[in-house]
Design a protein around this ligand. Structure first.
Ligand code: NAP
Length: 247
């Protein structure tokens, strides 16, 4: 029987994994998307969209669709679905592997300040800058809404959800971004502080090198921890090895 692999998606890695698996004879792949993005783009293999209804709902889906492996390739900050995947694995006995790209590391010349949460990040801002490029995503901006002395440029793929800080310009854009683009943006908007999650990956890392080049401070929000029971690998090759599909 062809193995059925469920990829929990919403990331570039999930898209690449689906493309790799769909190209293999005798492998069946379904990518699951939360449905947050209006036009997610074409994906290889089958696609399903929307929540499962918690860990039990996911376990039910896994059983009903005879899934042999679950690959959680969701974003490092999507902690709800990652917890659900771990629990669904325990409920069904189906192996779950987490594809978690490595986090970013600061280097010489960087002025990074780590924060444990968006709220903690917001607390750091008044001491560090006045014009802030906020790239933490469209949700969670309420943590910054009280900062009425600061000016924000909020960049996100989909329109951000209120409440937001009173002095906010919204920029809708999807990566990848180049360092030259990011330097231009930081200069044109007279940004003196960058705020980001530790998403990792190359698609959105140019803002960090741009900030380094301009000597700007950066507030970096730490990743949530992984559930204890799950096995994590850093890249596609690691997933394929776990699936017994290394070329
Ligand atoms: P989350 O807080 O971990 O998940 C909330 C709920 O959304 C989950 O309990 C689940 O609903 C549903 N869900 C999430 N991912 C799903 C998936 N791939 N397939 C089906 N249902 C899913 O997630 P989030 O942070 O809102 O992220 C949502 C999606 O956007 C994820 O797929 C993630 O990869 C992507 N994303 C997130 C970020 C970020 O910064 N958080 C950035 C880029 C992309 P049920 O409990 O009903 O199953």
């Amino acid at each position: 029987m062809a193995p059925h692999i469920l990829v929990l998606g919403g990331t570039t890695e999930a898209r690449r994994l689906a493309a790799d698996l769909a190209g293999r004879p005798g492998v069946s792949v379904t990518t699951s998307l939360a449905g947050r993005v209006a036009r997610p783009g074409a994906l290889d293999g089958d696609v399903r969209v929307g929540g499962f209804g918690g860990a039990e709902g996911l376990a039910e889906w896994v059983r009903a669709h005879h899934v042999d492996f679950v690959v959680d390739a969701t974003h490092p900050f999507a902690e709800g679905i990652t917890a659900n995947a771990a629990r669904a694995g325990a409920l069904t006995g189906v192996p779950v592997v987490v594809l978690r790209r490595p986090g970013w590391r600061d280097g010489p010349g960087d002025r990074w300040h780590w924060a444990g949460s968006l709220t903690e990040a917001a607390g750091l801002l008044p001491g560090l800058g006045r014009r802030v490029l906020l790239t933490t995503g469209r949700l969670g901006l309420a943590a910054f809404a009280h900062l009425d002395e600061l000016e924000f440029v909020v960049r996100s793929v989909e329109p951000p959800e209120p409440p937001m800080p009173p002095h906010t310009e919204v920029l809708l854009a999807r990566g990848p971004f180049t360092e030259a683009d990011e330097v231009t943006l930081l200069r044109e908007r007279r940004i003196d502080l960058l705020v980001t999650k530790d998403s990792g990956g190359e698609a959105t890392s140019a803002k960090l090198t741009a900030a380094r080049r301009l000597g700007l401070p950066v507030v970096v929000v730490r990743r949530p921890p992984l559930p204890r029971a799950v096995a994590a690998v850093p890249d596609l090759a690691g997933v394929l090895e776990r699936l017994g599909l290394s070329r």
